[in-house]
Design a protein around this ligand. Sequence first.
Ligand SMILES: [Zn+2]
Ligand SMILES: [Zn+2]
Length: 272
Amino acid sequence: MAFKNIIDLHTHTDNSFDGHHSTMFLAETAYMNGLRAVAFTDHLEMDAFHKGSFNRTAIQSFFEIAKARSAFSGKLIVCVGAELGQPVYDIPLSEKLLSTMKYDFVIGAIHNLPEKQDFCHMDFSDESIDYIKLLDEYFEWELKLAQWSGFDALAHLTYPLRYIVGRYGRTVDMSRYSGIIDEILLELIKNKKALEINTAGLRREIGATSPDESILRRYRALGGELITIGSDAHFAEHMGADIDKAYELALRCGFDMVAVYQDRTPTLIPIE
Ligand SMILES: [Zn+2]
Ligand SMILES: [Zn+2]
């Protein structure tokens, strides 16, 4: 099934430490690939904002995306976005940033536990790592993130599974987290925040979106309506990657619209 409105609301430019291509090149790629809208959401890790020079990144990223938004006006909707990592570890700083930058769209994420490294850098083949304890703590922080709700969409709800399950093949009984995941989903619904379907896992070992179909079905059953979809592209060739598969998944789970954001306000676009 071919879709006409391909919207990718999670992408990284070379203003992200792990991004590879310029904003303009990515916008041109998105346009050439027929995307309807794209959000550039460079990493701003709020627990390392000053020591990681994210304060400078924020300004450079914003300026370049705003320039692309003007350049592609009428051809491609470009949303000026940001992916705030760990905003709940420093809420005053996060709120100050959001009050000074006129973003279109803000993603909330947790990539690491306090004072710990990113889950993507951890070696889960190490038997001494109690990854269930880390996951318990991770979901507690995801709940705090949803309660704070200073973002528009909650990114990759099951992020550590990409590595724990996908890369290292460890087993996780997700029924352990069904209660807290329900709480997180209900917070999103109450606060009118979107749940992101992140397609990066479809091109990784885990072979599934984050969150996966079971959680998306649960979100819908609890009354969830707002979803965003993002490739989490860090390369031009991943712009719009597997958004069509996420659309099929969303339709299967009972969603028929995706949100696109301008000026922090969602507009619902039919999945068709
Ligand atoms: Zn990244
Ligand atoms: Zn992320």
